[in-house]
Design a protein around this ligand. Structure first.
Ligand code: GLU
Length: 308
């Protein structure tokens, strides 16, 4: 008998434990879970993106698990927590360093701001003004001396060298089709921060590869980030997953639900008596009014609790 082997669809939801999950997270999580469930042998993973050590808290990680279980989601164990895998990011950095694609950057935010303000041309990238490349000019002796003096530094990717090494790249977005990668818009991106020896972009690229993720579902706000992730994959020798960037949920005021001024957390909804089944159905229906009605219940209860 001939068996045809179809690669399983492996998706993930990757929240940061820096606050309570809100309705936007529930939307993203259910999209990832559904994509796995709808596929033969699909697998849905959970990853805790906690490298931002200043903002992440263990109690939010506990709350994420509780809230996702309340929502009725099931994922494969073990959950991958990024801070448990710093060795993996160090190995990726060593690979980029050996390829001579990294340099130390000692600049402070204020120095970068001042440099940009004084420049004739200051290109803007997806994450703000592009770093002007100041520390790229530092000679090895100077860079080593500053490091030896204990000056904190980030590691930046030499974008021109990286693109030269990787050559032209494309990636696949489920809605928009084949996309030409344009990582250049990020300039010399930080791959290891001053306070933690990795970055969002590096960790996500390494983790998706090591977890075998085949379909990355995430909000369209991270569409541009994929250009950079595609470059990092090529430099590290990883095959690209496919991507599905979904729209973001908006409040009635047209603002992103993810923003702080919407207290539409899953916790608030649950405490206000919203049923998980109703929330799931509203999320799946694509009917924003249905969703807003449920959010109103949570907001009404929150207001009532805070009435003097
Ligand atoms: N941790 C990111 C967030 O909470 C998601 C990263 C991703 O899906 O690639 O927005």
């Amino acid at each position: 008998m001939v068996t045809s082997e179809v690669a399983p669809v492996i998706t993930r939801f990757a929240p940061s434990p820096s606050g309570l999950l809100h309705v936007g997270h529930a939307y993203a999580a259910t999209i990832a879970s559904r994509a796995a469930r709808d596929a033969d042998n699909g697998r849905f993973l959970l990853r805790i993106e906690d490298i931002d050590i200043g903002r992440c808290r263990p109690e939010f990680e506990t709350a994420i698990v509780e809230d996702l279980l309340w929502l009725g989601l099931q994922w494969e164990e073990p959950v991958r927590r990024q801070t448990d895998h710093m060795d993996d990011y160090a190995a990726a950095l060593a690979q980029l360093k050996d390829a001579d694609l990294l340099y130390r950057c000692f600049c402070t935010r204020a120095q970068i701001k001042a440099e940009i303000a004084g420049a004739d041309r200051a290109p803007h990238g997806p994450e703000g003004p592009v770093y002007p490349g100041t520390c790229r000019q530092l000679g090895r002796v100077e860079s080593d001396a500053r490091k030896a003096s204990g000056a904190p530094f980030a590691l930046r990717l030499d974008m021109a060298a990286a693109i030269g090494r990787a050559g032209p790249l494309t990636w696949h977005d489920q809605t928009r089709g084949t996309i030409t990668a344009e990582p250049n818009q990020f300039g010399d991106a930080v791959v290891a921060r001053k306070d933690v020896p990795t970055s969002y972009h590096l960790s996500v690229t390494v983790d998706d590869h090591l977890q075998g993720v085949t379909l990355v579902t995430r909000g369209v706000d991270l569409f541009e980030a994929t250009h950079l992730h595609r470059l990092l994959q090529a430099l590290l020798g990883f095959g690209p997953p496919r991507y599905a960037h979904h729209p973001l949920l908006m409040g009635r005021d047209g603002k992103r639900l993810a923003k702080r001024d919407h207290p539409a957390t899953l916790r608030a909804m649950r405490n206000a008596g919203v049923k998980a089944d109703d929330l799931r159905a509203a999320l799946a229906s694509g009917d924003s009014e249905r969703l807003h009605t449920l959010i109103d219940v949570a907001e009404g209860a929150t207001d009532a609790n805070h009435r003097p």
